[in-house]
Design a protein around this ligand. Structure first.
Ligand code: FAD
Length: 499
């Protein structure tokens, strides 16, 4: 059943906008409040551009204190607030609320303190992920979680999504690399979670905050762990003539007690698309390739590569290439890192799915996705953080053809349902946002979602922080459909009652 669209009465919206803009201008300089249509347009979506919505206003605070003041002002007016980092999220987490304020943290972009002895850095939440490693490089250190969007995405967005990346298999997700978060509650009260020590007293609210998709509070400052840069890194390319064998090889590597620095998989259609784009040197005959990275001291890397070679050969690898130097290693990775743009060259639109499954079921999942291509008459190219069991199937379609849009949506839902059936999860690292509200109803019972909503309500009783995201209201399961929603449903989402 389609949800009814109840567009807010325009004169009422304008009146509300005036109130909100006036309140924001009392706490921020004029240059830090945007509300004209053309100035808020760049904020109308994140990386999931199928959903677009303009907020009443965008607030661009420059200091920790200004963030608190904005939250206080919005709370006093009962206005929803959606925090935003760089807007690279892929699940619509930073999609504005049509009757709310988008709180852009992009101007909080200072590295506050870097302590090479403690191997920590205190950074403002708008600092780009890669900028942390760039600043730490002078001390031979780096920040390990490396989402492929790291050139643009912010540490605040990483915290909210518990971002991962190629190197998270060995070095952990954001949650394993953050010691402390400072910020504000929805009421604009200061909040400090975690500590600079290894542990903090009381309930581990830091771990609960990380990955909470902007629902519990707004981060302004993050203390991260830094790691010493490995002396050497080398990348292996392993080819397989059967996609199932490649999946089994991943399980065999982990089963052998090896934890490579990266363990990624691409199927043949994906390999062909990226090879045509960046000429990374991939084997175009292979049904699937694995990229396996080893890092450490030269001795550790030599030994690990020898063991990996044995495992990969025993698993049926038809070809093995090992990077001879840094330039070749970077060329091998350039294909994987450019997988999404390369897909953009072969299809007018694609739906990037994000699910995770137990590693040992990779081959089963890949065969299921292959069969779905026939069922839904659409192509799918696959790139995985295989070591983590985190899948990114990219479903190719043409959004100008409504039939294909629906088919892509059904295909995506089928992948998520299959992931749950195989013992996995509907998200790997991109979060639920608005994209996967329905899928939450597949994975969690009413009682489980009720607990999540109760937890959210303990931080935000009025449901003003990022409303309508991540956890669907109980009565809404089954009413909201699909992975990609039409703009009408999209508007309906925003008209849902607040918690
Ligand atoms: C090409 C591409 C590749 C990607 N690769 C990866 C990958 O390898 N791994 C991965 O994990 N993700 C990946 N992503 C997804 C995305 O980059 C991450 O989710 C990233 O963490 C989002 O950061 P952001 O600053 O852009 O956040 P935004 O998109 O602006 O926001 C994301 C969520 O965080 C909330 N939020 C933002 N800042 C704050 C804050 N300070 N306090 C509280 N809440 C906040 C927002 O409300 C929203 O819910 C990729 C995206 C793209 C486009």
């Amino acid at each position: 059943m389609d949800a009814t669209v109840t567009a807010p009465n325009p004169p009422l919206r304008v009146q509300r906008q005036r109130e909100v803009v006036a309140a924001l201008q009392r706490v921020l300089p004029t240059r830090s409040v945007l509300w004209h249509d053309e100035s808020v347009a760049p904020y109308e979506c994140d990386g999931l551009s199928a959903y677009r919505q303009r907020p009443l206003a965008v607030a661009l605070p420059e200091t920790h204190e200004e963030v608190g003041a904005v939250l206080k002002a919005c709370h006093a007016l009962n206005v929803p607030v959606v925090a935003r980092g760089a807007g690279t999220g892929l699940s619509g987490g930073a999609l504005p609320d049509n009757l709310g304020v988008t709180l852009s943290l992009a101007r909080l972009n200072r590295i506050v303190h870097l302590d090479p002895l403690a191997r920590t850095a205190i950074v403002q939440c708008g600092v780009r992920n890669l900028a942390i490693s760039e600043a730490a490089a002078a001390h031979g250190l780096y920040y390990a979680p490396d989402p492929s969007s790291q050139i643009a995405c912010t540490i605040g967005g990483n915290v909210a999504e518990n971002a991962g990346g190629v190197h998270c298999l060995k070095y952990g997700l954001t949650v394993h690399n953050v010691l402390r978060v400072r910020g504000f509650t929805v009421e604009g009260e200061s909040l400090t979670l975690g500590s600079e020590a290894l542990d903090a007293a009381g309930l581990d609210l830091l771990a609960a905050f990380i990955g909470s998709e902007g629902l519990l509070g707004v981060a302004t400052e993050v203390t991260v762990r830094l790691l010493p840069r490995p002396q050497v890194a080398r990348c292996m390319l392993a080819s397989f003539d059967d996609i199932g064998k490649a999946g089994d090889a991943v399980a065999a590597i982990i089963g052998a007690g090896l934890i490579p620095a990266g363990l990624e998989m691409m199927d043949r259609p994906m390999t062909a698309a990226v090879e045509d784009f960046v000429h990374a040197g991939y084997d175009l005959e292979a049904a699937a390739i694995l990229l396996v990275e080893s890092d450490g001291t030269p001795e550790e890397v030599d030994e690990e590569i020898a063991r990996l070679t044995d495992v990969l050969q025993a698993a049926g690898a038809t070809r093995l290439d090992i990077s001879a130097d840094e330039a070749q290693r970077l060329r091998f990775w350039s294909g994987r890192k450019n997988a999404f743009p390369a897909t953009g060259r072969i299809s007018p639109d694609y739906l990037c799915m994000d699910a995770s499954i137990p590693r040992k079921r990779l081959a089963e999942m890949l065969h299921a996705i292959n069969a779905m291509q026939t069922t839904y008459a659409l192509r799918c190219v696959n790139v995985f953080h295989a070591g983590d069991g985190n899948l990114h199937p990219l479903i190719l379609f043409d959004a100008n053809n409504p039939q294909q849009l629906h088919q892509a949506e059904a295909f995506g839902n089928d992948i998520l349902r299959t992931a749950v059936r195989l013992g996995g999860s509907i998200t790997g690292e991109h979060g639920v946002g608005v994209e996967k509200l329905d899928a939450m109803c597949v994975q969690f019972s009413d009682a489980e979602r009720g607990q999540m909503l109760a937890f959210k309500a303990a931080f935000d009783p009025q449901g003003l922080l990022n409303p309508g995201k991540a956890v669907p209201l109980l009565a809404r399961c089954g009413e909201l459909r699909g992975v990609v929603k039409s703009s009408a449903l999209n508007e309906a989402l925003n008209s849902l009652p607040r918690l």
